[in-house]
Design a protein around this ligand. Structure first.
Ligand code: GPV
Length: 849
């Protein structure tokens, strides 16, 4: 077995449904034809960009063929569908993912060779589709992959942002944001659907007519735009099935005001077009900090309204007005609160457009929605001012008020045993519309409360997180509806994150297990356990890691100009920059390491484990503290990397513009990865799962999915192993955090902490003294070290020493690395999605034969 054979589906015959020939010669001439006829290029001068495009336009035909077959089958059989509503889908690149999912690697690589190109090099011509911020958006992308692979009838629905996640440039150590102009070269992975259009309205007034006991409400909007669909086919792995991600673009009803133009008012002629297109022009570049911008609310309503209209239109074609059947045919998963306005939109469509009475409409609505919460960070829990909501969505505001009134009446009844004052307090806490706690004059719509009330299921994204939401933000709701709450621990697709981005490791695993079944049944990775004891196998395992480190080394050279020694330990922290994720704590320990090395004699330095530390990630554009952290990483890196006494033993790099494609190079090369959030703050984390799969040891806190990863790693070691064995765990317990926060003022900081704080404040690292950043964790009159860096500092340094000691025993290190991969099966998104399908959606697989 080799890479080629698994890419070729292990010698199995390809299913015969495809009419398109895939021999290298035909592919070669087909690609040339695309270059000529699609792109207007010259056959004799096929540039890399043209070759990429020719290839992509050719592959698109395979995708279309399969997508049509899949959608035809689903239309014919009419199974229940899941619709994954998400404001973000962080897809990354498509070329290699498509070729490999379609099992066409070999002929395509050969065809490319005939054109004088290498497939991998060419793949880098593609721009990432960065229609998401971080974990939440990438999770949605992994879910689509799993749904398609498992043949589940379902679509993703989202927004076709013209500009995705900003490109991060580091200038003089500072993050600069540059617009992500990703569509300029065209996008072969989408199909424009000018025939799939729906109107979406905003603003205006309500007109009410009362006939008997019936009140008819008509919404007379004062603004309307058109939502046009773009379909992005989602190939499954090892199946003919191809799912669909439908993204909406906002267009003006009237393209151009000829009247204004003719009157000489040339700019106003484009007014309507500009206003309409603004809705889908930019992804809000925030992670857990929603901007209180009306445009964001418009984006949310825009894509959700178009999606629900689309689903109902298809439903009506088959089932007419039998809306009571809707819950048997459709369910909508709300990816965080961003699409929650869909609950009010469903009521609006059923009552105002379809003429159902309120009770029927509300009954159907609560049977079709399910809600996933991804954070307990208060700043990320969306609350819209009633004033804004009423201005843009007057009918929906009224619907929400009615839902809230009925909800409070229900609670009166349900909690009737409670003493009056206590009951009223509980009802107030659970209100959907409530006063702003900082400004009692202002009323807010609490989107999370609306989502909980309007959904049949609410889930967190890792066990600890699902437990925490039941005892904190949704405590009262849990008291009322204990059965509504579930856990669905996140997962990641092993295809993109192991099979395709770490092909050498995948080949080694397949060779060891004697089958590639593990790629769709990840529990089979457990079969690697005995190989951890096999010295020959460990050697091969290390050789693959070393090769991946060479690849990352080349990337570091490209991005920073520096050479790194790939025999050093590669120590990685990649994720959005946020105080709770504590990249600052990481830097503090790097400074400590620097100080220690500086104080050593040349003889003592011989025993130091050389490390290359890498940090990457984007800061929200308005998040000053996070931007300070980026500057600090750069400044400390500059000092260390140029210090001749230290640079052979320690490096620190901030790699710019972290995105999916960079992650694909970094993760397979990691020896150690850090997931060090304050316990109780990281809902799950998903890169921790990717690192585990790729055999990178984990240094982390008992937070989010780290806990379950530790459980799996303990389980594979046998009944005597304790949770935490084999990982480097440190830090305070989630349950102690509230108390420790209260006591932080009295906390006696470690002398090494004090020393480092003084160094930074003295200006040891460049001209900058990083005062605000240092004060945020050190001066209790200014900040309050909310994320308890000082409390976790000493144990963090201790566990770093354990890491060094373990590295010196390479046999044990590699043994653990193999056990990490072997125990990572639980964290396949296939497992997560099958739990959603069975326990929330009630959706069954339906595969193209
Ligand atoms: I809310 N998450 C995110 O990436 N963006 C958001 O706006 C919100 C949550 C993340 C959480 O922070 C991670 O812990 C989690 O793994 C991820 O969502 C997927 O569930």
């Amino acid at each position: 077995l080799d890479v080629v054979s698994f890419r070729n589906n292990n010698g199995r015959k390809r299913a015969e449904t495809s009419k398109k020939p895939t021999d290298p010669e035909t592919v070669h001439s087909d690609v040339l034809a695309k270059v000529e006829f699609n792109s207007g290029g010259n056959r004799g001068q096929v540039t890399a960009l043209l070759a990429y495009q020719g290839l992509a336009w050719n592959l698109r035909e395979h995708l279309m063929e399969r997508m049509i077959a899949t959608q035809n089958l689903w239309r014919e059989k009419d199974p229940k569908f899941v619709y994954y509503l998400s404001a973000e889908f962080l897809m990354g690149r498509s070329l290699l993912n498509t070729i490999q999912n379609l099992e066409l690697y070999e002929p395509y690589a050969q065809a490319l060779k005939m054109l004088g190109y290498n497939l991998e090099t060419l793949a880098e011509k593609e721009r990432d589709a960065s229609l998401g911020n971080g974990g939440l958006g990438r999770l949605a992308a992994c879910f689509l992959d799993a749904m398609a692979t498992m043949n589940l009838p379902g679509w993703g629905y989202g927004i076709r942002y013209k500009y995705g996640m900003f490109k991060q440039i580091i200038k003089d150590g500072e993050q600069m944001e540059v617009p992500d102009v990703w569509l300029t070269d065209g996008n072969p992975w989408e199909v424009r659907r000018p025939d799939v259009v729906f109107p979406v309205s905003f603003g205006g007034k309500l007109k009410k007519t009362v006939t008997g006991s019936h009140e008819l409400v008509e919404w007379i909007p004062d603004e309307q735009v058109i939502a046009m669909a773009y379909d992005v086919p989602i190939p499954g792995f090892n199946t003919q099935n191809t799912g669909n991600l439908r993204l909406w673009e906002s267009l003006p009803v009237n393209e151009f005001d000829l009247d204004a133009f003719n009157k000489g008012d040339i700019l106003s002629a484009y007014n309507e077009k500009g206003r309409a297109e603004a809705i889908t022009s930019v992804l809000y570049p925030n992670d857990s900090t929603p901007e209180g911008k009306a445009l964001r609310l418009k984006q949310q309503y825009f894509f959700v309204s178009a999606s629900l209209q689309d689903v109902l239109a298809r439903f009506k074609k088959v089932h007419g007005n039998q809306f009571d059947l809707l819950p048997e045919k459709a369910c909508f998963q709300l990816n965080d609160t961003h699409p929650t306005i869909g609950i009010a939109e469903m009521v609006h469509l059923l009552v105002d457009k379809e003429g159902l009475d309120w009770e029927a409409a509300w009954g159907i609505t609560t049977k079709v929605f399910a809600f996933t919460n991804h954070t307990i960070m208060p700043e990320a829990l969306e609350k819209w001012p009633v004033k804004v909501m009423r201005e843009f969505l007057p009918r929906h505001m009224e619907i929400i008020e009615t839902i809230d009134t009925q909800w409070q009446a229900f609670l009166e009844e349900k909690l009737s045993e409670m003493p009056k004052a206590e009951k009223q307090a509980a009802i107030d806490r659970m209100a959907i519309v409530h006063p702003n706690q900082w400004n009692k004059e202002e009323m807010l719509v609490n989107m999370a409360h609306l989502a909980v009330v309007g959904s049949h299921t609410v889930n967190g994204v890792a066990q600890i997180h699902s437990d925490i939401i039941k005892s904190t933000i949704f405590k009262d709701f849990h008291g009322v509806f204990p059965l509504k709450f579930q856990n669905k621990t996140n997962g990641v697709t092993p295809r993109r994150w192991l099979v395709f981005s770490n092909t050498d490791l995948a080949t080694l695993i397949t060779e060891a297990l004697g089958t590639q079944e593990w790629m769709t049944n990840c529990k089979l990775l457990e079969g690697l356990k005995p190989f951890a004891e096999d010295a020959e196998f460990r050697k091969k395992w290390s050789a693959v890691k070393r090769k991946n480190k060479e690849r990352l080394g080349a990337k570091i050279r490209e991005l920073t100009g520096d050479d790194v020694d790939t025999s050093s330990m590669f120590d990685i922290q990649i994720k959005r920059i946020h105080e709770y994720k504590r990249q600052f704590l990481n830097v503090l320990s790097v400074i400590r390491r620097y100080n220690t090395i500086k104080a050593m004699t040349p003889e003592e330095r011989k025993s130091v484990v050389p490390r290359v530390c890498v940090i990457a990630g984007k800061a929200a554009s308005s998040y000053e503290r996070a931007k300070d952290i980026i500057r600090l990483v750069g400044a400390v890196g500059d000092t260390i990397n140029t210090d001749p006494e230290v640079r052979d033993l320690l490096r620190l790099y901030f790699l710019p513009d972290y995105n999916v494609s960079l992650a694909e190079v970094i993760i397979p090369a990691a020896d150690l990865s850090q997931h060090i959030s304050t316990a109780g703050t990281e809902a799950s984390g998903t890169s921790n799962m990717k690192f585990q799969m790729n055999g990178s040891l984990i240094l982390g806190t008992m937070d989010g999915a780290n806990i379950e990863i530790a459980e799996e790693i303990a389980a594979i070691q046998g009944p005597d192993a304790k949770v935490g064995d084999g990982l480097f765990i440190f830090g305070v317990d989630a349950k102690d955090v509230p108390k420790l926060r209260k006591e932080r003022k009295e906390f006696k900081t470690d002398p090494r902490w004090d020393e480092i704080m003084d160094m930074i404040k003295k200006g040891t690292f460049g001209n900058d003294k990083f005062e605000a950043l240092v004060d945020s964790v050190n001066d209790m009159t200014v900040g309050n070290d909310w994320f308890l860096l000082a409390n976790d500092f000493a144990t963090y340094l201790d566990v770093q020493d354990e890491v060094d000691a373990m590295w010196k025993n390479q046999d044990e290190w590699v043994r653990r690395s193999i056990l990490y991969t072997a125990s990572s099966g639980k964290f396949s998104s296939d497992r997560t999605i099958s739990q959603y399908a069975e326990e929330i959606w009630d959706v069954q697989p339906l595969a193209v034969a």
